[in-house]
Design a protein around this ligand. Structure first.
Ligand code: HXC
Ligand code: NAP
Length: 289
């Protein structure tokens, strides 16, 4: 058994129709691949038609599944209504939504224009609540159970400098997750979140570690396990949360970061840097004292 293998049993998602925002690239593409392997039909939606078409073709060939690519900017509610309509026309139902699309880049906050701040918060928070409202209303109206999964980050609760618009947006998404888990539980709509640590993707790395930053601040060195995440590890968790195996999990945010944020939080964790020989000396000094 390997962490790079699929975890759920065959056909665990047969008969499920799932919409993945930002499903054409990065982690959205990896989650989509695994959902397809488990028998789900998947709608991928983002701004770039060509990217979506290419991914849909590639994943249909690789998995034998069915992918519907639909262009949609998460900031435009009417376009989300079109995604919903096209999904229902093609598949007759929708069972799940993964709010994965995001925008982000690093910058000292004082260098940001208000437009730059808006653009990130609008993609992350407005985009997520737009989709959530459209799909939630549909499920409630149709009395159809729904499963929502929001992709956040660990700085949704710690905050983080240099990605402040993203931190504000993700914090809002976390609040949305926990609020609706309770309010919409009565409609059989489950709402959960995943907070990934570093999982290499072109989209994230180019915007968060531009130039030679990746050598200076290698994310693999920043957690107790001393590695980055493997996409299948995240896809396994996402598939579980979208499946009926997790039907009593609601309002949870699951961190998958190798212990990264706790390493930064624990007051004495930096003592890891003290070598054994020095611990011997310290122990002697303490005993003498
Ligand atoms: C300062 C910047 C900037 C930068 C853009 N802006 N990039 N300001 N530093 N690096 C400013 C622009 O000057 C402009 O403001 C405003 O932001 C809008 O920029 P546009 O380029 O016109 O926007 P757009 O083409 O719509 O692109 C949106 C984007 C882009 C968010 C800037 O990066 C994008 O499309 N991202 C989508 C994918 C993505 O970001 N993936 C990574 C997710 S990673 P002015 O004032 O000049 O008009 C992630 C990981 C989190 O979320 C956790 C990691 C551990
Ligand atoms: P990515 O490949 O850049 O994914 C972002 C996706 O969002 C793209 O497919 C993009 O497609 C879509 N998108 C951006 N703006 C959009 C808009 N206005 N409307 C619709 N779609 C839009 O980056 P990723 O690393 O896979 O990130 C995926 C998710 O994981 C994000 O929520 C991110 O915050 C989260 N995350 C990633 C990491 C990591 O280490 N990679 C860590 C923590 C959290 P278009 O450009 O075609 O629109």
């Amino acid at each position: 058994m390997m962490n790079t293998e699929g975890m759920l049993r065959d056909n665990a998602l047969a008969d499920k129709v799932i919409v993945v925002t930002g499903g054409g690239t990065g982690l959205g593409k990896s989650m989509t691949t695994y959902l397809l392997k488990l028998g789900a039909k998947v709608v991928i939606a983002s701004r770039k038609q060509e990217v979506l078409n290419q991914t849909a073709k590639e994943l249909e060939e690789a998995t034998g599944g069915t992918v519907l690519p639909v262009v949609c900017d998460v900031r435009k509610y009417e376009e989300i209504e079109t995604v919903l309509k096209k999904t229902l026309n093609k598949f007759g139902q929708v069972d799940g939504l993964i709010n994965n699309a995001a925008g982000n880049f690093i910058s000292p906050t004082e260098r940001l224009s208000h437009r730059a701040f808006d653009i990130v918060v609008d993609i992350v928070l407005r985009g997520t609540y737009n989709y959530t409202l459209a799909f939630g209303k549909h499920w409630i109206d149709q009395q159809h159970p729904g499963t929502m999964l929001n992709i956040v980050t660990t700085y949704a609760w710690t905050g983080s400098g240099y990605v402040v618009p993203s931190a504000c947006g993700k914090a809002g998404v976390l609040a949305l997750t926990r609020s609706l888990a309770v309010e919409w539980g009565k409609y059989k709509i489950r709402t959960n979140a995943i907070a990934p640590g570093p999982f290499p993707t072109e989209g994230a790395w180019s915007r968060l570690l531009p130039g030679d930053l990746v050598e200076k601040f290698d994310p693999a060195k920043n957690n107790p396990l001393k590695r980055v995440g493997n996409h299948q590890e995240l896809a396994n968790l996402a598939a579980y949360l979208m499946s009926d195996y997790s039907s009593f999990v609601n309002g949870e945010v699951i961190t998958i970061d190798g212990g990264e944020w706790l390493q930064g939080a624990g007051e004495f964790n930096h003592l890891d840097e003290i070598p054994s020989a020095m611990w011997d000396q310290l122990e002697k000094a303490r005993k003498k004292g």
